[in-house]
Design a binder for this molecule. Structure first.
Ligand SMILES: *Cc1c(COP(=O)(O)O)cnc(C)c1O
Length: 217
């Protein structure tokens, strides 16, 4: 597919949902992709990227930003507390806030620096044992705890279970956000970003449909 196809599909989905053009941010997920594919998307003018691993991102984006200018970088993978410092200095947004110890670390770093990346709380909407994220029943208390630490939370993020219809998960996440006065909704990947936009996504995270299949070899 590629960047321009995905961008036009997003525009069409915004329109179909009666939403303003440009109301959905496309995060191009470049984790594990060969550098030439990332450079090709930068050369097409795209400036919003997502990464899953702090070390991989730190090894690649300082050079790329020196070459192409400022890029909006989103951390979308699980974040270890001991990598929070590097993450806060590298990323403009973190989509995987999912536990009090991480929130406390982020709050301390934010206080030291006087600024903080945009934060999304990851919700484990499918209640899967192996998946990160707070359980839906724990979200309101966790959000209150974050706010009690003076953290500004922009929205919620989810990764629906594989092989299931994503829409009920997107709808549930949108309900949790609305109930808590949160406007950001990070949901939708290569296979379901149009359904996510229909359900109110503000950020879609699309990797393989832009860059091609990932090879972990
Ligand atoms: C890898 C990843 C994506 C992108 O997945 P694709 O199916 O390649 O679009 C999106 N979100 C998260 C959290 C990911 O880890």
């Amino acid at each position: 597919m590629g960047l321009s196809d995905i961008a036009s599909k997003i525009r069409a989905a915004e329109q179909a949902a009666g939403r303003a053009a440009g109301s959905v941010t496309l995060i191009a997920v470049s984790k594990v992709q060969p550098l030439d594919r990332v450079v090709a998307v930068l050369e097409q003018g795209h400036r919003v990227f997502g990464e899953n691993y702090v070390q991989e991102a730190a090894g690649k984006w300082p050079d790329l930003q020196a070459r192409f200018g400022k890029v909006d970088l989103h951390m979308i993978g699980p974040l270890q507390t001991n990598k929070a410092k590097v993450a806060v200095d590298l990323f403009d947004a973190i989509h995987s806030v999912d536990r009090p110890s991480l929130a406390e670390k982020l709050a301390r770093l934010a206080q030291d620096r006087g600024r903080c990346p945009q934060l999304f709380i990851q919700v484990n909407t499918g209640e899967e044992a192996q998946k990160a994220g707070v359980l839906p029943a724990e979200l309101d208390a966790f959000l209150a705890a974050c706010r009690g630490m003076d953290l500004t939370v922009a929205g919620l993020m989810c990764i629906p279970p594989e092989g299931e219809d994503s829409t009920p998960h997107f709808t549930a996440l949108a309900g949790m956000a609305a109930r808590n006065g949160l406007t950001g909704l990070s949901m939708g990947m290569s296979g379901d970003f149009e359904a996510a936009i229909a359900a109110g996504a503000t950020h879609v995270r699309v990797g393989s449909a832009i860059f091609g299949a990932r090879s972990y070899a």
